[in-house]
Design a protein around this ligand. Sequence first.
Ligand SMILES: C[S@@+](CC[C@H](N)C(=O)[O-])C[C@H]1O[C@@H](n2cnc3c(N)ncnc32)[C@H](O)[C@@H]1O
Length: 492
Amino acid sequence: MSRPPKKRENSIRTAITPWLESLPRTLTATLTAQPDTLGGPSTNGPPTNGPPTNGPADTTQQLLDRAPRRWVVYEPMVLLPSGSFTSQPWPSLLALLTAAQKDTLWTAILLALSPPCRPPLTHLAINSAIPLHQTASSESEPDPAAPAPTPAPPPPKENLLRSPSGLLPLHGVFTRATPAPAANNPPDFRASLWVHTKQNGIHQTWAPTHTMFSRGNIKEKARLLSAFGGPSSLSHPAAAPGPPGPAAPQTHAIDLYAGIGYFTFCYARLGFRVLCWELNPWSVEGLRRGAARNGWSVRVVGPSSSSSFSSSSSFSSSSSFSSSSSSTSTALGTGDGDGDGDGDGNSDGTAPEPGAVDMGAVLRGPEQIVVFQEDNRHAAARIRAARAAGVELGVGHVNCGLLPSSAGVWRDAWEMQARGGGAGWLHLHENVGVDAVEGRKGEIQGLLDGWCREGGRGEEARVEHVELVKTFAPGVWHCVFDVFITGPRAAG
Ligand SMILES: C[S@@+](CC[C@H](N)C(=O)[O-])C[C@H]1O[C@@H](n2cnc3c(N)ncnc32)[C@H](O)[C@@H]1O
């Protein structure tokens, strides 16, 4: 009979045990004696958070039991789960510690988690859910001198850029203090920590205090890589009626919420040229660095020509662009280039005019990935302009990766694919209640049928598959509706 496997000691616990032993005894004694500390003798009724303790030994045990047990490494950072060190007696202990004592703890954890034969891990933080709305600190303060009655405060703005404002750095410099960039200038990317991971053999790079990283998307990325082929797997019958023209492959993929390139890089790996839209300059920079690390050339079409774009580690601060990875940058002329990246548009709520870009020139360039740092409301117009300039733009995939719903761009996504002629896929992301998935599939089919009828060219579009990626919340699936569009000729 084989022996049960030996339980492996948790590395964080291994780091914390000697650190706790090194603390002055008076400290744990104070903690044990505190009436409001979890587990301490309570004079105000039973403790709210757990059983009482009998002394410092019990307190130490509780500290070990309530230390985080899981973590993820995004080199050179360790990310602890949301809520780490919030169960008593941790908050009480942390409040009693000097900065040096806390630093010794964080350093011990980093050392214990650093893999052998790799550079040591240097930064530690606690994760937090991405807030749905911008945080209060970024909104204006109420004016105490304002005459009553004051108007109701405006509703909180949606956190469109998915900024991880709740991330709690514990150790290491995450952002170096630099003079605030002047209006319309890009942020100082050199001042921030950049972290890195590899998923499905693809490198990803991002600045954790500015950009979200969705680890849960690894499954969907793996599916894209395995379930779909490259450009030659899609047929491209001629777009216009008449005798079939020369078959051009569906060489392009479009990613409308590109982030740091989660899905963009999958299409690049499959062999597509990828056109991306992304509002957050930090995500665009992460995408650019990640693309370079994977060996893909990238061009950023951004709101400012003074961007300090460069290859993955060296930066040029001038308007000229230096890169070892054939990266280039192009400025958007006018439009929503206000540098705040919030896609606020015009005051009447209409989309601002897109900045002037010679789409023919941009897309005749050699880069495999082209990123437009602007609101994706402009994407369809840009694609139309490129086609009008004679660029052959067959589209194999359009990715619409925004939650809770990307429905706002579906009509444009359909147009960008269908007007290129030939077959291709739309991937429509949306959160849907577990019991509503079939119904939603029917509704989406209805929308597609309507657009195909209006289009009047005989395209057909069908929801071929619904991928249930992960549970977003209890009873809610993150769904991807895979839609296959056949071009007019393929539809007969
Ligand atoms: C949830 S992330 C998606 C990233 C990636 N597709 C994923 O699913 O993990 C959404 C991204 O879309 C960007 N975004 C939101 N609204 C946008 C818009 N109107 N135009 C372009 N990008 C937008 C945000 O800045 C953010 O990086």
